[in-house]
Ligand binder design. Structure first.
Ligand SMILES: Nc1ncnc2c1ncn2[C@@H]1O[C@H](COP(=O)(O)OP(=O)(O)O)[C@@H](O)[C@H]1O
Ligand SMILES: [Mg+2]
Length: 379
């Protein structure tokens, strides 16, 4: 049976307030309609906002991102720090997100137990992340659309990074004759986490790829050629998930709609089972009204596919998208600056404690996990 303090939100709030009080904080309850936080804590000059998540499941990455964004907003800036406290725990992607944030971020995350608040840096979660990946099979991702220049290579590389941050070893397979992926990160990428350990992303030329060449990798991500016939059928057949990048611009929407229909038809001819995700890349927020209009047209374009294909997912860009960023742009520039010398870095460096590409790709990994159950990788 669950402890009494988990019974409902108000029991939980009372319980956390008591624990914080015991730890020497003055605790003030926020107004009930106050967006962003539930409690305020004070000690000396320090003032913190406390966000409570009363959940039967783990906290997902977007819920954390919302609080992080609040702390960065004008309203949130008045706080020296933010505490995100929940009942059960944090999802794999949420943990990766927390660990990826620098020491100078204002968020601290924890779980309220019977007698104390436990920080997520306590030893027990790290074990879970590593012991869970015992399932034998590899999970295959394809990044494919029958059009060039929409971000396939960028997405392949950084989605691999998002999984690596969660402790998975990842293989990247370059199927595009352009070989941009190999030029960018040909030597592979080492993704360290905050504990100094790390995982590797190995990069393979499609022609050299064989299951056994990456025995340790649970996740395989293929950067496809936009010409479907240039991708080996035996790999296309294997995809469990296929990400179809697109952009959301007013004049391109109809044209891109056609490209995506063609893409879906081409994939389905070879692979009937893969979950297909349309993902908006290069996203710029045009403001609420214009965005609603764009979203309406965007969803309408795919209505008929959505009706007939229950594994076709059209991702709402307000939920998950890859924002336009200088970091991703300059990551691509590296090819011109240093064609002979792969950089072995991703656009994951922190700026002011945060990194938009990293947040977006972890958010994407979390979405796929929730929608399509990549949980098969864990227990
Ligand atoms: N979200 C983004 N923000 C800024 N630049 C981006 C973004 N996504 C892709 N780019 C840039 O756009 C160009 C095309 O991307 P790329 O991944 O090579 O596309 P593809 O593999 O589909 O041809 C690259 O120069 C890349 O750096
Ligand atoms: Mg490419």
């Amino acid at each position: 049976m669950e402890p009494a303090y988990i019974k409902d939100y108000s029991h939980f709030k009372q319980h956390v307030a008591t624990l914080l009080h015991k730890a020497g904080w003055t605790v003030i309850t926020a107004k009930s309609n106050q967006p962003g936080y539930d409690l305020v804590v004070k000690k000396g000059n320090l003032v913190g906002a406390v966000h409570l998540k009363w959940l039967r499941n783990n906290v997902a990455a977007p819920q954390l991102l919302k609080f992080a964004n609040f702390l960065d907003s004008d309203e949130g800036k008045i706080f020296n720090f933010g505490l995100f406290i929940t009942t059960k725990g944090f999802s794999g992607p949420a943990l990766a997100l927390i660990r990826s944030w620098g020491k100078d971020t204002k968020i601290r995350c924890g779980i309220a137990k019977e007698n104390k608040l436990v920080g997520i840096d306590s030893a027990d979660y790290e074990d879970k992340v590593h012991h869970n990946s015992i399932k034998p099979d590899k999970i295959y991702f394809g990044i494919f659309t029958c059009k060039g220049g929409v971000g396939k290579t960028t997405i392949a590389g950084h989605l691999a990074g998002a999984f690596a941050l969660q402790g998975f070893n990842v293989a990247l397979v370059d199927l595009d004759p352009e070989q941009n992926l190999q030029k960018l990160v040909g030597d592979g990428v080492f993704v360290p986490n905050s504990r100094g350990m790390g995982t590797t992303i190995e990069v393979f030329d499609g022609r050299d790829w064989h299951e056994d060449s990456a025995r340790d990798c649970k996740i395989v991500i293929c950067d496809c050629s936009p010409a479907i016939e240039r991708n080996p059928t035996h790999l296309l057949e294997k995809f469990h998930y296929c990400i179809i990048p697109t952009t959301l611009n007013p004049l391109g929407i109809n044209k891109h709609g056609k490209v995506i229909r063609d893409t879906v038809t081409e994939i389905r001819f070879i692979n009937k089972n893969a979950h297909l995700f349309v993902l908006v890349n290069n996203f710029k927020n045009p403001g609420v009204q214009k965005l609603n209009l764009l979203k309406k047209v965007y969803f309408e374009t795919y209505q008929d596919i959505l009706k007939t294909d229950d594994k076709f997912h059209c991702i709402d860009p307000t939920e998950v998208c890859i924002r336009t960023s200088e970091q991703l742009y300059y990551w691509g520039i590296h090819i011109l600056e240093n064609p002979e010398n792969p950089s072995s870095r991703l656009a994951f460096d922190l700026i002011g404690g945060r990194c938009y590409p990293r947040d977006d790709f972890i958010n994407l990994a979390d979405y796929i996990e929730r929608k399509a159950g990549i949980g098969i990788l864990r227990d």
